[in-house]
Design a protein around this ligand. Structure first.
Ligand SMILES: Nc1ncnc2c1ncn2[C@@H]1O[C@H](COP(=O)(O)OP(=O)(O)OP(=O)(O)O)[C@@H](O)[C@H]1O
Length: 363
C-alpha cells in the first residue's frame, strides 16, 4: 500500500470543451517521495494536482491516501486527510487572503486541527516564521499580504502548509512567479522540510531545469494532453528519455552554451517548430500527429505505459529508437548545478562551472 495511489483517473470539466482533460492516469508515491509532473501548458498538471489535494473530484477512477479512497472518507478520517495533504500554489499574490493578517492566515488551521491552542498559538506561529526564514516577531504577524514581497508571501504560504504537519504537499509551479534569484531559496526551503520532516511532494513544473534540481533522486511523470506518456527516475528520464515527446521537450530547452547550440542543425529546429504544435491524435497513440518516429501501428493502436527496466515506463511502440540527446538539461533553478553543487554534465561533458544563486532569507 502506497501513501498515494492514483488509479485510472479521468476528468472532464462540466464547464469545458466536453473533452476529457485527464485520461486513465495511474501514479503512486511512497512516504517522502518526490514525484514531479512535467508537460506543456494545458496538459492537465494542475487539474491532477488539485485532485490529489482534494480540491476537485475526478469524473472517473480513484485516488487513495494511506490506503483509503478519499472520495469515501467521512468525519474524523476526512479531516485528518485534509490536514495531511496540503497545496502550495503558483501565485503567492492570489493564494493569501488580502484581508487577513499573517497571524490570521496561520492561526485558524492549527487551532482547528488542535495543533495549537489559544495560549501557545502565537509562539507556534513565531516558530513557523523562523523555520521559513521570515522575521519571527509579533509585528510581522500583524502585517497584511500586500505589505510583503512575492518571496515573503510564498514563504507564508509554505508556513501555512507546514503548520498542519502534512505528509504530502502538492507544489504547483511554486517558483514560476518569483525572481530567478529567489527560486533556489524557495526550493531549498521545501527540500529542507522533505529532509527534516519526511514530507513527500507532488511537484508540478513545466521547467525540466527546476525539476532536475528539486526532484533529484525522485521521479518524473511527463504528461501530454492528459496522458502520462513517460515516467521514471529523474536522472534516467532526463539523460536518456525513452519517449519522443520527452526527447522533444528536452531538446527544445534553450542552450546557453553556443558550442552546444551549434550542434543543432537548422533542419532539426524547423522540424521541432512544426512538431511542437498539432492536435493530439484521437485514435492510436495520442502523440502520433507530432511524432518523428510515427509508423502505421501508432495510428491504430495506443501504446501502453510499459516498464522498460529500472522503474522507467514509457508509452511508445518504438521507445528503443528514441535518439540520444544532443545536449543535457542543467538545473535552471539557479545555474547549472545539482543540489550538491556538482556540474550537470553536457552530453559531451563540456561546460563551465556556474555557481548556484542562493538568496538570503527575507527576499
Ligand atoms: N475550471 C476549468 N473549467 C474548464 N476547463 C478547465 C478548467 N481548468 C482547466 N481547464 C482546462 O483543462 C485543461 C488542463 O488544464 P490544467 O490547468 O490542468 O493544465 P496545466 O498543465 O496545469 O497547464 P498550466 O501549466 O497552463 O496551468 C486545459 O485545457 C484547461 O483549459
Amino acid at each position: 500500500m502506497s501513501l498515494l495511489e492514483v488509479t485510472n483517473v479521468t476528468h472532464t470539466y462540466a464547464t469545458g470543451s466536453g473533452r476529457p482533460v485527464l485520461h486513465g492516469i495511474n501514479l503512486t508515491a511512497e512516504p517522502g517521495d518526490i514525484v514531479a509532473l512535467v508537460g506543456e501548458s494545458g496538459c492537465g498538471k494542475t487539474t491532477l494536482g488539485r485532485m490529489i489535494a482534494g480540491l476537485h473530484e475526478p469524473t472517473g477512477g480513484t485516488i487513495s491516501f494511506d490506503g483509503q479512497d478519499i472520495a469515501k472518507l467521512k468525519g474524523r478520517q476526512r479531516k485528518q486527510w485534509r490536514r495531511q495533504v496540503q497545496m502550495v500554489h503558483q501565485d503567492p499574490y492570489g493564494s493569501l487572503n488580502p484581508g487577513l493578517t499573517i497571524g490570521s492566515t496561520l492561526a485558524p488551521g492549527m487551532l482547528q486541527h488542535k495543533l495549537a491552542n489559544w495560549r501557545n498559538v502565537q509562539d507556534k506561529m513565531l516558530e513557523l516564521l523562523e523555520q521559513v526564514g521570515l522575521d519571527p516577531t509579533p509585528e510581522f504577524l500583524q502585517r497584511y499580504p500586500h505589505q510583503l514581497s512575492g518571496g515573503q508571501r510564498q514563504r507564508v504560504s509554505i508556513a501555512r502548509a507546514i503548520s498542519l504537519d502534512p505528509k504530502l504537499i502538492v507544489a504547483d509551479e511554486v517558483t514560476s512567479m518569483l525572481d530567478v534569484s529567489m527560486r533556489v531559496a524557495i526550493l531549498d526551503l521545501l527540500l529542507r522540510f522533505a529532509r527534516e520532516r519526511g514530507i513527500g511532494y507532488v511537484f508540478i513544473s513545466h521547467d525540466f531545469g527546476v525539476v532536475r534540481y528539486f526532484a533529484q533522486g525522485g521521479r518524473i511523470a511527463v504528461m501530454f494532453f492528459g496522458h502520462i506518456v513517460e515516467e521514471g527516475p529523474v536522472e534516467a528520464l532526463i539523460t536518456k528519455p525513452r519517449h519522443p515527446y520527452t526527447h522533444m521537450l528536452l531538446q527544445a530547452i534553450p542552450v546557453p552554451d553556443p558550442k552546444m547550440a551549434r550542434k543543432r542543425t537548422q533542419t532539426e529546429e524547423d522540424a521541432k517548430g512544426e512538431r511542437l504544435i498539432g492536435e493530439p491524435a484521437t485514435t492510436g497513440c495520442v502523440f502520433a500527429n507530432r511524432c518523428p518516429l510515427v509508423q502505421d501501428v501508432c495510428r491504430k493502436q495506443a501504446p501502453k505505459l510499459a516498464d522498460i527496466g529500472g522503474g522507467h515506463r514509457t508509452a511508445c511502440h518504438f521507445s528503443d529508437q528514441v535518439p540520444p540527446l544532443a545536449h543535457m538539461v542543467g538545473t535552471t533553478a539557479g545555474g547549472d548545478h545539482d543540489r550538491n553543487g556538482s556540474k550537470a554534465a553536457d552530453a559531451d561533458g563540456a561546460g563551465d562551472a556556474v555557481p548556484v544563486a542562493h538568496h538570503p532569507a527575507g527576499d
